[in-house]
Design a binder for this molecule. Structure first.
Ligand code: NDP
Length: 285
């Protein structure tokens, strides 16, 4: 049976460190602060935003929640962002996605100053990540790497396969694996021979959003499996992209859903917010 990589335990340790760092910042007169903008009333987004609010409160990070109606215009959202960008007491800014259809998501993301972009979604941060400069790493892929490292199993030189090529998960996960010296293949909806490619992976990161897409036959014995997917199965139960029961018979280590990558994503946002406060103020932690 595979080792279960617990997002619960790992994220608790990260949150504990963030809490201590927030105390040290406050001791220097700096209150780390994250502003979150939620536009509209998408129930899933509301749950995510409440989670972020709770995490911040637990770690001594101030959170400013800005809730805007579903019919908010792009100009109104950009005006709100401009205010937050100019406010020195706000260190991190996050716009909860998806946005209502009248708003151009890219234009909004690009209006976040890179030094406050704690999601790591702005072109400047994406570019810096590509060339290995100081930046904010996107939270989900950064959480995946933390989980991989926690196993103590090597990444360098290993064959890593990433399923999915979205800008927020697949592509940055592949880039971060490359930075760890893995040999990386990215698969997507047009990939031929996907099952065979997966079956050769020492490290498999699944981020496609399809329940139980990755079957036991697609897992190489001894592989490390990181399941990013958050889906509902036919009974309405939360599940990942990987058939957990079958995969855990073959993998060396695997992340569960729930209790896996999702918790790490939340924790990495706290890490980035503390980093943002440190970089903007020059404080020592
Ligand atoms: P997207 O829908 O943006 O991207 C999905 C990717 O999967 C695309 O690149 C798509 O390929 C590929 N794909 C879809 N179907 C297939 C298929 N049959 N075969 C091969 N590739 C396929 O999703 P996200 O990246 O935003 O999210 C992926 C999953 O991760 C979702 O379940 C989401 O809920 C979850 N998630 C979890 C997070 C967490 O914290 N745990 C955070 C963010 C997301 P193509 O590009 O060719 O269309």
């Amino acid at each position: 049976m595979a080792q279960i990589i617990s997002g619960k335990a790992l994220s608790a340790a990260i949150k504990e460190r963030a809490t201590q760092q927030a105390v040290r910042l406050r001791g220097q007169g700096i209150v780390p602060c994250l502003a979150v903008i939620l536009v509209g009333d998408d129930p899933a987004s509301a749950v995510y935003v409440r989670g972020k609010e709770k995490d911040c409160a637990e770690c001594g990070i101030e959170s400013r929640m800005i809730r805007m109606p579903a019919d908010t215009t792009q100009d109104a959202l950009l005006a709100e962002l401009a205010q937050l960008a100019a406010d020195d007491s706000v260190h991190g800014i996050l716009v909860q996605l998806p946005l209502p259809s009248q708003i151009d998501e890219r234009a909004v993301i690009e209006a976040i100053p890179p030094q406050k972009d704690v999601d790591g979604f702005t072109p400047v941060n994406v570019g810096r990540m590509m060339i290995g400069e100081e930046c904010f790493l996107p939270c989900t892929p950064a959480g995946c790497i933390e989980m991989l490292k926690s196993t103590g199993l090597p990444i360098a030189g290993k064959k890593a396969v990433v399923l999915g090529r979205s800008n927020i998960v697949g592509k940055p996960a592949a880039m971060l694996l490359l930075r760890e010296d893995a040999t990386v293949t990215i698969c997507h909806s047009r990939t031929e021979g996907l099952a065979q490619i997966c079956a050769e992976a020492d490290i498999l990161v699944a981020a496609i959003g399809k329940s139980n897409f990755v079957t036991g036959e697609m897992i190489k014995p001894g592989a490390v499996v990181i399941d990013v997917g958050i889906n509902r199965d036919e009974t309405g139960k939360l599940c990942g992209d990987v058939d957990f029961a079958a995969a855990s018979e073959k993998a060396a280590a695997i992340t569960p859903v729930p209790g896996g990558v999702g918790l790490m994503t939340r924790a990495m946002l706290l890490v980035n917010t503390i980093q943002a406060a440190v970089r903007q103020t020059g404080a020592k932690i």
